[in-house]
Design a protein around this ligand. Structure first.
Ligand code: ADP
Ligand code: MG
Length: 225
């Protein structure tokens, strides 16, 4: 497999938070090659650096040492603005606790990333409706996040992640606040999107069924040194 088949690469990455006595080394010498169009699982105990790793891949943070490449671009050497632009173009996030905007209805929540990018409101709303329909929650488009269940909220987050047509979706414990049934619904949705669109998913999870659909799994230990 040539390097080009890896959509995400980490080279000798070290991450330290804080300075002096407060210093916490999360990992060092971390090398990862994430194949294009894969579902790539990240597992490990609490505090092992799973969210830190997603933040480095998503360009929300930079490594203390080493390099992070996404689509062969060294994002770890970009400035904050450039990294933000790069992320907006290629990457979406889905979190455990949804992070929907409570004052916006579901359609508006899903449309927002496109509106921010400068698309016409009409187009953004019609695409939002289409995605909500695809995910089986079209009838709720005018409801607010507090008026639907956790499982439905997470499907709204998937719709919001998809609307910008990203190449990479980063999911941080996406089933972590869902019951068994809703977790399984979400996993089926991820499987289907992966099959239909060939998006690369990097997913932090403890869920066995979600691990089972991963093409690769990377284990992080405590003090990955
Ligand atoms: P996980 O997601 O695997 O639970 P995290 O990536 O959130 O782990 O955190 C890894 C380690 O880094 C933990 O010890 C955590 O306390 C520490 N940490 C995370 N974020 C920060 C931060 N912003 N400042 C200082 N320490 C942090
Ligand atoms: Mg975490």
């Amino acid at each position: 497999m040539s390097l080009n088949n890896f959509i995400i690469r980490l080279e000798n990455v070290k991450k330290i938070y804080g300075k002096g006595k407060e210093e916490v080394e999360v990992f060092s010498n971390l090398n990862l090659n994430i194949p294009n169009r894969s579902i790539y699982g990240i597992i490990g105990p609490s505090g092992s650096g799973k969210s830190t790793l997603l933040n480095l891949i998503g360009g929300l943070d930079t490594p203390t040492e080493g390099k992070v490449f996404v689509k062969d671009k060294e994002i770890s050497s970009l400035d904050d603005g450039e990294r933000g632009n790069f992320r907006a173009k290629y990457i979406s996030y889905v979190f455990q606790f949804f992070h929907l905007i409570p004052e916006l209805n579901l359609e508006e929540n899903v449309a927002l990333p496109l509106i921010i990018k400068g698309h016409k409101r009409k187009d953004a709303f019609s695409k939002a409706k289409e995605l909500l329909n695809c995910l089986g929650i079209g009838e709720f488009e005018k409801r607010y996040p507090f008026e639907i269940s956790g499982g439905e909220q997470q499907r709204v987050c998937i719709a919001r992640a998809l609307i910008t047509e990203p190449e990479i979706i980063l999911l941080d414990e996406p089933t972590g606040s869902l019951d068994h049934k809703n977790s399984d619904i979400l996993i089926e949705i991820i499987k289907k999107i992966h099959l239909d669109k060939g998006i690369t998913f990097v997913v932090v999870t403890h869920n066995e069924n979600l691990k089972n659909i991963c093409n690769y799994v990377h284990h992080l230990g405590v003090n990955n040194v």
